[in-house]
Design a protein around this ligand. Structure first.
Ligand SMILES: [Zn+2]
Ligand SMILES: [Zn+2]
Length: 633
């Protein structure tokens, strides 16, 4: 699963980096089990192929892998054989023993082929040798041993191989050493491990269910979206009419909710001059690789004829800078705050083509964006308001499990070559304290994650679980004390001085792309009535003229009330009509025959739930309208 937040603004500088020793010690129990299982995998492979050369074997989301170089090409047919060897290692219940060694010792052992090996070998452990050579001078070097297997590793591990309750090898891929294509290509063997078999079985059941609910599959079957790589471009989703209906409903929900919460709506262009992003700090470096290259043009013929350089325009990667210029468009006083500017903003991000994935990772994003400009005194109330909005949405969508990941800065990285955060230690402390206090007081489920803030302030990634238990990162909230200052945004305070506002970036519904991708899986395409692209279909038993007239009357009434309703008045058999409607996931079917017409009633049928019996037509219509209006789940 893809865990990159699709929030209002990315946090530039999130480069993959070597985990610090501190970070490693924070591995969860499950991560320890999985990483330990990678050692067991290597032990098993060496028994089968003693010359195997191992590189890195970290825990990853949902499991672990170990990168290996060897002449034999591992395929899933080898898995039973490897798994049998792994089982023997686990059964032997070997202790994971940590040994701290000197750098010279580690270098010598690597030279003798003894690292990630069962015994000394004629060829050096070349990748481990390289890794030792890159361990910083001041860092201790350690091995972990189980049985005869010795690996260079900082740990941590479980106590014994027997603590690995259940495991399974899942797939094999190729990967470059250190993920750098200039390096040798290795075989990456993936597996997963759990505390016990029950948990592992539950996981694989979920994976199977997720495959069945794959948003790309259902999205295509239902006609929600398509990606026309040849004519439009990779990562640029086209919303088909059914997807259009869903995006409209989501925007309507957002607009109503935001209106009631005191937001005002703005509308801004999809492109802007380079100066905007130089001012925000996204350019020249931090965000450059994530933006489409600039368009260069002269504003006039005279301009083109002169020696003046061309103007550069960028497709926007984020909406905030435009909103900042709206704040700057008029003089502001404390009476204007909080100012909540909302827009379903379209952004463009140049994701690597290998990273693109259905609706989950795209190049054009329609974002439920807003920026709240407020004073420090107003912050807690505004931040709480945003959180309440999240909870309201979770209720509407039946999201029962969520967590807010509160990312803070690292004081060691405010200055120097390694700098990752704006050098404003006081402001970091103030805003992080404010966010922490507000989260604590509101009783919201959150965890604190150091060193992952945005460059301009602390951020909160909102993670939710779909109904089948799969985790999604839907949205990011960020507190920004840096960029308003860069834009010179000020308001005149009560004491007549000019002050810089704080800015809260928030996007509770994330982007249409990711949120609808999530909803497709969450509902398995069976959307609640208010969201369903096909809300009601009227099916006649036969095509008798008066019956069709009766059906038309009901259809007209539904459509006059903006219900997405259609009809199947054809001559074919009712069972065929029902089957077609079921296949299209039409939420509600009104089946009508001569008897229904005479009694002014409809036979109600719900998608996937079958016949619900006859209802008077006015009551059935009123129920439909109420369920839509109240957005019943
Ligand atoms: Zn290890
Ligand atoms: Zn923003």
């Amino acid at each position: 699963m893809d865990a990159k937040p699709a929030g209002p603004s990315p946090s530039p500088g999130d480069q993959p980096q070597r985990k610090s020793l501190d970070d490693r010690q924070k591995m969860t129990e499950l991560e320890r089990i999985r990483h330990s299982c990678a050692h067991v995998l290597a032990t098993a492979i060496l028994k089968l192929w003693p010359d195997a050369q191992f590189a890195a074997g970290p825990p990853v989301e949902n499991g672990f892998y170990y990168d290996v170089e060897m002449a034999h090409r591992v395929s899933p047919e080898d898995f039973p054989k490897i798994e049998a060897e792994m089982k023997a290692v686990i059964k032997a219940n070997q202790t994971f023993e940590k040994v701290v060694v000197s750098r010279d010792q580690a270098l010598a052992d690597a030279q003798h082929g003894r690292l990630a090996a069962l015994a000394e070998r004629s060829a050096p452990s070349k990748f481990k040798l390289d890794i030792v050579q890159h361990i910083p001078e001041n860092e201790p070097i350690s091995y972990f041993k189980n049985g005869d297997f010795i690996d260079l590793c900082a740990g941590p591990h479980v106590m014994r191989t027997g603590n690995i309750g259940a495991f399974k090898l899942t797939h094999v891929a190729s990967a470059y050493y250190k993920n750098d294509e200039r390096n040798p290509q290795l075989q990456r063997i993936y597996g997963t491990a759990f505390k016990n078999k029950t948990e592992m079985d539950a996981y694989f059941t979920m994976v199977e269910e997720a495959k069945r609910r794959d948003h790309r599959k259902i999205g295509q079957e239902m006609g929600i979206f398509t990606i026309d790589t040849e004519f439009v471009g990779p990562g640029l989703a086209l919303w088909l009419p059914k997807g259009g209906a869903i995006t409209e409903e989501l925007e309507k929900l957002a607009k109503e909710t935001e209106f009631l919460a005191g937001y005002v709506r703005v509308k801004t262009p999809h492109i802007a001059r380079e100066k905007l992003y130089l001012t925000s700090g996204h350019l020249p470096i931090l965000y450059k690789d994530s933006m489409y290259p600039p368009m260069e043009l002269h504003e006039s013929k005279e301009d083109a004829a002169s020696a003046a350089p061309a103007q550069r325009y960028y497709l926007r990667g984020m909406n905030c800078p435009h909103h900042h210029r709206i704040f700057a468009a008029e003089p502001r006083s404390y009476r204007d705050l909080p100012l909540r500017l909302a827009e379903y903003g379209t952004c463009y991000r140049y994701e690597q083509s290998g990273e693109l994935f259905g609706l989950m990772r795209v190049r054009c994003l329609n974002m439920n964006d807003a920026h709240i400009y407020c004073s420090p005194e107003q912050f807690a109330a505004e931040f709480n308001g945003v959180n309440e909005m999240y909870l309201k949405y979770f209720k509407i969508f039946g999201i029962e499990k969520y967590v807010m990941r509160f990312s803070t800065h690292d004081p060691a990285r405010l200055t120097g070559d390694n700098a990752k955060f704006l050098n404003e230690p006081e402001l970091w402390k103030q805003t992080e304290d404010m966010v922490r206090d507000t989260l604590k007081n509101s009783g919201i489920n959150y965890v604190e994650v150091p060193n992952e803030a945005a460059f301009y302030g602390p951020k909160i990634d909102v993670q939710v679980w779909s109904v089948i238990g799969r985790e999604f990162t839907l949205a990011t909230n960020q507190v920004d004390f840096g960029v308003p200052k860069r834009f010179g945004l000020t308001y005149r305070d009560r004491d007549n001085t000019e002050k810089t506002p704080l800015c809260i970036h928030r996007a509770p519904l994330g982007t249409h792309e990711r949120f609808i991708g999530f909803l497709i899986e969450h509902y398995a395409g069976n959307f609640p009535l208010w969201l369903a692209p096909d809300q009601v279909r009227i099916l006649t038993i036969g095509d008798d003229e008066s019956l069709v007239a009766y059906g038309k009357k009901i259809l007209d009434e539904l459509r006059a009330n903006f219900v997405r309703a259609d009809a199947d008045f054809g001559t074919d058999k009712i069972n065929g009509k029902i089957l077609r409607a079921e296949e299209a996931k039409v939420h509600t079917m009104f089946v009508i025959g001569p008897r229904d017409k005479d009694a002014n009633q409809v036979s109600l049928r719900l998608h996937g739930k079958g016949n619900q019996g006859a209802k008077p037509a006015p009551e059935a219509i009123a129920n439909i309208l109420a369920a839509i209006r109240e957005r019943r789940p």
